[in-house]
Structures are given as structure tokens and as C-alpha cells.
Design a protein around this ligand. Structure first.
Ligand SMILES: Cc1cc2nc3c(=O)[nH]c(=O)nc-3n(C[C@H](O)[C@H](O)[C@H](O)COP(=O)(O)O)c2cc1C
Length: 228
């Protein structure tokens, strides 16, 4: 049921080529859930088991302060993109994961995500940034896959647990047809209270194109003025 439903819904808005992407995604889910790279840098990253950082705390983006890449990824696309972005910008990197990890089975995850969205569930997450840590960052790159035309619920938890007011939030997303993120960007704007959410500058990459998107991700960040 969920496979058919997933394909009918997501592929209606995209093309038949997405089938391969969805199938490919399923086989990558295990490695994607195993956590980000092992090194840590920056005080935010050091507080999180699932976080990794790519640069020293001294690295500065174009703004006056540092940038943080916060992302969620199930099948690995955002994980890949977030690492390119952090490397390009010298940002710290934090991966949001659910304490109760999503199953490796793709269809089971699709079902659970739908239930969570319908019920307004806020899954507990493995990221716990203190206000002092967050204060270091002027900019938060916010990376997520579109889930059921919306934000994955763990990212809703993140937005409700962390005060991003006064910061610039720049979305980075991946999808299988919902290229404008559907409800996700309006919801991000609503949930990131007091932040400037640059939805018009969001980078959106189709799942099947992620592997070839390194230069697009890097030049997007550079064009926005974030480069180490
Ligand atoms: C639970 C779930 C729900 C999804 N819902 C949508 C959707 O509504 N629209 C869409 O275009 N893609 C949807 N997708 C596809 C993902 O957004 C897409 O494969 C993305 O590239 C995955 O990123 P990731 O590898 O970082 O998890 C969904 C995938 C999953 C697992």
C-alpha cells in the first residue's frame, strides 16, 4: 500500500525516472542512518553525538559570525549535500536524527512519517544545542528532504526546541517531485520565529540529481556570499 501510494503521489508530480531514485534510496537508508562523519569542530557540534564539523571555529563566512549547517537525512542525499556545503562555507555541521530511529524499511518509514505528520508528533531528537552555542551563529543552513509535502517532523522538533530568532535561515532541500517544498517552506517560516528565512534563495535538488550536484551546491553558497 505505502509503496504504491508513495509512487503515485510523488511521481505524479515528477517523472517516471523517479522510480529508480526511490528504489535506490531504499538501499541506501542503512548507511544514511548511521550518523555523520566522525570528526567534530565547533562547540555546537561537540555537544551532539550525531554531529560532525569540517573546520576550525575560527573560520568565518561572509557575515560577521559563523554559519551552522543543520540537516536531517534518511536516505543520504541531504547528508551528502550538507557535507559539501559545510566544506565550502567552513560551517559547523549538525545532523538531526530521531532518538527512535526510522526503520531501514523505506515503506515503513513512509508510513510512520505520514502518521507523525497527521498526528502532529514531535519525535525526540538527538541534538541538544544550548542557547550559548546557538549564539555563535548568524546563519543557519537548514537542510531537509521533503516528507509528505512538508518538513520531516524531527526538523519541526528542532525548530521548536531551538530559538533561531535574529538569525538568517537558508533552506536546502531535496525531493522526488515537490521541488518547491510544498508546505515545507511556509512552515519553516512560521516555525523559525524571529528569524529571516530566505525561502526565495533556497536550493532544491531532485533526489536523482544529488550525486551530480556538488558544484551546484558549492556555487549556490558562494553566490550567496558564504565561502571560506
Ligand atoms: C517519508 C518520506 C516522504 C516523502 N515525501 C515526499 C514528498 O512529499 N514529496 C517529494 O517530492 N518527495 C518526497 N519524498 C522523497 C524525498 O524527499 C527524496 O527522496 C529526498 O531526496 C530524500 O533525501 P534524503 O536522502 O536526504 O533523505 C519522501 C521520502 C520519504 C522517505
Amino acid at each position: 500500500m505505502s509503496v504504491k501510494f508513495t509512487r503515485r503521489e510523488f511521481l505524479a508530480a515528477s517523472l517516471v525516472s523517479c522510480v529508480a531514485a526511490l528504489v535506490g534510496c531504499a538501499s541506501r537508508s542503512q548507511s544514511a542512518q548511521e550518523g555523520a562523519a566522525s570528526t567534530t569542530a565547533g562547540s555546537a557540534a561537540s555537544n551532539n553525538a550525531s554531529a560532525s564539523g569540517s573546520t576550525s571555529a575560527a573560520t568565518q563566512p561572509a557575515g560577521n559570525g559563523k554559519a551552522l549547517v543543520v540537516y536531517f537525512s534518511y536516505t543520504g542525499h541531504l547528508d551528502t549535500m550538507a557535507h559539501w556545503l559545510a566544506d565550502e562555507t567552513g560551517s559547523d555541521l549538525v545532523r538531526v536524527t530521531a532518538v527512535d530511529a526510522y526503520p531501514d524499511d523505506y515503506d515503513a518509514t513512509v508510513e510512520r512519517a505520514k502518521t507523525e505528520l497527521d498526528n502532529g508528533t514531535r519525535p525526540q531528537i538527538n541534538v541538544n544545542l544550548t542557547p550559548e552555542q546557538l549564539k555563535e551563529y548568524d546563519t543557519v543552513f537548514f537542510g531537509f528532504p521533503v516528507w509528505w509535502y512538508d518538513l520531516p517532523m524531527p526538523m519541526v522538533t528542532f525548530l521548536e526546541n531551538n530559538d533561531l530568532s535574529g538569525k538568517t535561515v537558508i533552506p536546502l532541500l531535496s525531493h522526488e517531485g515537490s521541488s518547491n517544498g510544498a508546505n515545507a517552506l511556509p512552515n519553516l517560516e512560521k516555525l523559525a520565529k524571529g528569524a529571516t528565512v530566505r525561502s526565495q534563495d533556497a536550493l532544491s535538488i531532485h533526489g536523482k540529481d544529488v550525486d551530480g550536484s556538488e558544484s551546484a551546491v558549492r556555487s549556490w553558497a558562494t553566490d550567496l556570499g558564504y565561502s571560506k
